[in-house]
Design a protein around this ligand. Structure first.
Ligand code: AMP
Length: 187
């Protein structure tokens, strides 16, 4: 199974992706996690990516695509994978098509987690305050939502045209939402 999980920042995508990948026995590939690991290790990629991440902007496609190409080239992805947070731009969609197409593969399903923006911002501001993440200001949080709406939401349409999208209500408990995702993957 080659699955893509999409949804605005704060919709619980990372949590659901980790659980689902484990359940399905496929690797969970989160570009956000890979970037954060690089930031933590202060690699050249991490130092470059951090500037964008801190501002709520996307890391440039060239850097992101190269990182994913490298990850998808690893043998553990052969039986399938769950992509979380990639692709996020139309250029990345085409790049992913190219990477998968070269191996005779394609995405099987795109799951869209849907949550109201105002609900999300409220949740994220609260979480940032609780975790003492003072760099996550309401302004940066709102900027992330804007970037998602401008650059990533249009991808849903593109994948809908391919008949791949299944939309799931992202509001609810972790188990509840997890069950909804499994249900649409079975259908
Ligand atoms: P995430 O944890 O998925 O929300 O990602 C955290 C941050 O990493 C994002 O706000 C972006 O700055 C960056 N990032 C993650 N995935 C991508 C991507 N596919 N394209 C560009 N930037 C990304």
């Amino acid at each position: 199974m080659r699955i893509l999980l999409m949804g605005p920042p704060g919709a619980g995508k990372g949590t659901q992706a980790a659980r689902l990948a484990e359940k399905l026995g496929i690797p969970h590939i989160s570009t956000g996690d890979i970037f954060r690991a690089n930031v933590g290790e202060q690699t050249p990629l991490g130092l470059e990516a951090k500037r964008y991440m801190d501002a709520g902007e996307y890391v440039p496609d060239a850097l992101t695509n190269e990182m994913v190409r490298d990850r998808l080239g690893q043998p553990d992805t052969e039986p399938g994978f769950l992509l979380d947070g990639y692709p996020r731009t139309t250029a990345q969609v085409h790049e992913l098509d190219d990477m998968l197409g070269a191996a005779g593969h394609a995405l099987d399903r795109v799951v869209e987690l849907k949550v109201e923006i105002d609900e999300l911002v409220a949740r994220l501001v609260k979480r940032a305050a609780e975790q003492g993440r003072t760099d996550d200001t309401e302004e940066v949080i709102r900027r992330r939502q804007e970037v998602y709406a401008e650059q990533t939401a249009p991808l849903i349409e593109l994948y809908t045209e391919r008949g791949l999208v299944r939309t799931v209500d992202g509001l609810g408990g972790v188990d509840e939402v997890g069950e909804r995702i499994l249900a649409v993957l079975r259908s």
